[in-house]
Ligand binder design. Structure first.
Ligand code: F6R
Length: 360
């Protein structure tokens, strides 16, 4: 059942402290920075030269998150839409690792990309929620996110867990392939162990319902972020359009001035995600939308400079920049949920969408 919540989506948003704890349980040791990922022996990823992550929809946003983490850790990586993989046909070698990110493990587009990568001689791995799924059977190896069943068509808790898993995996691949643990790990692991409790607090104290109410009559909704905030901006917009049926777009903050700024008016609120990656630039980009009359909602810690500039604020804790965007994403999940609820949308089963897309 819905456990006292009006919708599965809200229940699943609130399950994130638990699902995230399950994702990291036994896999990290903040004391010595050791990452133990299931059955992966030491040096499993020693020969990895480059990584391609393939996925669709929300899982693609987690894949993009992972590709950024890998690149930063010194491992060349790209995220590709699985449905574009056969036409893009990026070169692979036997030292290429192809990672399929799929909640269900049954998405036809993603399975096709996985099979193609395998046929071309790459090593394959899937990050999935479903033990015994087709992806888990097709890939050479699997890493399970342990999020528990997700009923709402809009993916919420599984996105958070996928993003955390690919972040950890990125560190592990870099460690094995480069022979030294990335410097990020030292600040990442303690913040990651705090994350479930912090998300719990965020859920209890969020002003997302008031923000949704304030902006419900807008013409369009824009989401901007930089670095790891960019996939979160894309995800914030996808969730919003899926369940509210309103026009929403996510942009890299720096891209606004290259075209999308033409869309900005007083009727288009801009949700600006601050992850601690060149925040002053993102703030400048947000201010450029304010100049055109757009209200700006800053998603950042309480003492952040953006709070003074923005029209509204959704709080996230002070945390490692590898994780800040995932806290912001939870605030955005809530905004989408409350906006859809105010608009009387069905939420758990949006029109035209299916939980698992098994056709090409
Ligand atoms: C959006 C959503 C979809 C899925 C996509 C891939 O909320 O759920 O975009 O993310 O269809 O599905 P999986 O992860 O099962 O491969």
């Amino acid at each position: 059942g819905k456990g006292g919540y009006d919708h599965f989506m809200l229940k699943e948003i609130h399950e994130q402290p638990t699902s995230l704890s399950q994702a990291i349980e036994g896999r990290i040791d903040p004391a010595d920075g050791h990452l133990s990922l299931d059955g992966f022996e030491p040096d499993t990823f020693e020969s990895v030269e480059d990584v391609q992550l393939v996925a669709c929809g929300t899982s693609y946003h987690a894949a993009l998150y992972g590709s950024l983490a890998l690149n930063r850790a010194g491992v060349p990586a790209t995220a590709l839409l699985a449905n574009e993989y056969s036409v893009t046909s990026p070169p692979v070698s036997e030292d290429t690792l192809v990672i399929a990110v799929s909640q269900s493990g049954e998405t036809a587009d993603t399975l096709n990309a996985l099979r193609q990568a395998d046929e071309r001689g790459a090593d394959t791995l899937t990050v999935t929620n479903v033990v015994g799924s087709t992806a888990a059977r097709v890939a050479d190896d699997s890493l399970f996110i342990r999020a528990g069943p997700e009923i709402g068509v809009a993916a919420t808790k599984t996105f958070s867990s996928q993003a955390v898993m690919v972040t950890l995996l990125a560190q592990r691949i870099a460690d094995d392939a480069r022979g030294d643990p990335p410097a990020d790990l030292e600040s990442l692991l303690p913040d990651l162990s705090r994350m479930p409790d912090e998300i719990d607090t965020l859920l209890e104290t969020s002003d997302a319902d008031a923000i949704a109410r304030e902006y419900i009559d807008s013409q369009a909704y824009f989401f901007i972020g930089r670095g790891l905030g960019f996939p979160v901006a894309l995800e914030g917009a996808l969730k919003f359009k899926e369940i509210t049926y309103e026009h929403a777009e996510g942009f890299a903050s720096g891209e606004l001035k290259h075209g999308p700024l033409a869309l900005v008016t007083p009727e288009t609120p801009v949700f600006a995600i601050f992850t601690g990656e060149e925040d002053e630039k993102t703030l400048k980009n947000a201010e450029e939308t304010q100049t055109r009359g757009a209200p700006v909602i800053a998603i950042c810690p309480d003492d952040h400079r953006a709070v003074e500039v923005a029209d509204d604020h959704l709080e996230i804790p002070e945390t490692d920049s590898n994780l800040a965007g995932l806290h912001a994403n939870v605030q955005l999940q809530l905004v989408s949920y409350y906006a859809a609820d105010l608009l009387g949308r069905p939420i758990d089963k949006p029109r035209n969408l299916a939980k698992s897309v098994t056709v090409e």
